[in-house]
Design a protein around this ligand. Sequence first.
Ligand code: TXE
Length: 486
Amino acid sequence: MWINGGWLKTAKTIERTSPAHGAPLARFAEGGEGEVGAAVAAARAAFDNRSIWSGIPGSERAKAITRWLELIVRDTDRLATIEAEEVGKPIRFAKGETEWAIELGRYAAALAYQIPGDLVNNIGDANLGLVSREPRGVIGMITPWNFPLVTLFQKLPFALAAGCTVVIKPSELTAGTTLEVAALAREAGIPDGVINVVTGSGRTVGEALTGHPGVDMISFTGSTVVGKRIAQRCAEQMKRVGLELGGKAANIVFADADIDSAIDGIAFGYILNQGEECVQGTRLLIEESIADDFIRQLVERSRKIRIGLPDDEQADVGALIHEQHMEKVLGYIRTGVEQGAKLEIGGERLTGDGLGKGYFVAPTIFSGVTPEMTIFREEIFGPVLAVTTFKTVEEAIRLANDTNYGLGNGVWTKDIDKAIQVSRELKSGTVYVNTFLETSVQMPFGGFKDSGLGRENGMDGLLEFTEVKSTFIKLGKRGYALPHTV
Ligand code: TXE
């Protein structure tokens, strides 16, 4: 664990097994309430000492964050290797993810220069109003295993830029890169206590962090079930909360779409990160008149997807996170067959070509899926695509919105009016038009409905880590006189 600028070991540890090789990979300290208490105390002391972080000019925080990012650039290969092995994803995606985390950090650092405020100057000559943004305080961050670095960097540099201090609880499955970047912060001169990491399970460390009265806000990425529990616990203490939760995105493909790019987008959208992705394009809604041909082409494309070990430079898809999760995904596939969907490709565990000890599932496509089916409704978090046909624009919108989730959706058409009108009616935090899983550090990211609360990235992402303060200033009588009037 990393607390107050130093390593802390515990007698109890958690062992991580490689998802791709099935062999022991790492051992992490198993923290509890005591370690959470120590980390929160360190973060609180660092926050309250305004002269080291929360009260210094934003430009100084920006410079410190930038120095830290330079060290992360230096260590990209090492971080990407850890990430690839712990998550089971192909190395090129782990490198891309590390680079994206750095990009998020650079943007957040720049925002530290321009945290907005207002001056209210029309409340009478005797008054002046200041509306300022202050750092929220100590932030508890709880992150998942699918994108350990990116989910962290959608939070951490933004909170740091705002002037907050943090206690991070990474997933017990993938704590490696979080610990590494925390230690690099010290090397970069970010003061001790500003970033702390407590490793351990959600049940102990996660619960202790959400219930700790010294934590001002919880920023969580993970499942909707745990997100709802965290929101309830935070409500007891009126703690602020940001939640980035699950999804069930639909790609709507109209007959007038550019078919080649739609095939690319849909194939990429359902297999990226083995489907362990909250904005995964897990539902394809396809206009009936082009459905048969489109599905045939998509199946052909899926045959070319390369599944491989983390060090396979050419692999498109890696291993699922652990055995139980693989069993859960295979269970959804069996349910799809039992409920009458047509299996077009995949559907099985892969064990050939050196994959036998890992948890690999073949890219899988079901056609003939109807809205009552489980694979249409639930987040599977594996490389499984459910295809449903529609006849009218209204039906497409209704199907897309027929879910409790609302993180992202895609629209594919060359008709710009239709694209914009459909986008307006989709109940999700992000809509992609003629593209999918596009991302930009400037664009806020978050969910409608069960997909979460609040936004990450963009200026909105930084403002989540601030409180608004209104200061009324009463001015005295105009008591001065100009020299020449005396
Ligand atoms: O998530 P959890 P799991 C979805 C996806 C996946 C399912 C289960 O469908 O199959 O969730 O994954 C910590 N108090 N997503 O079980 O449990 C936990 O230790 C405080 C979507 O891994 O939500 C970890 O650090 N914290 C998602 C983090 O919460 C608790 C990404 C996430 O774990 C806790 C991951 C508690 N009571 C899974 N219980 C996305 N939005 O992308 C657990 N945790």
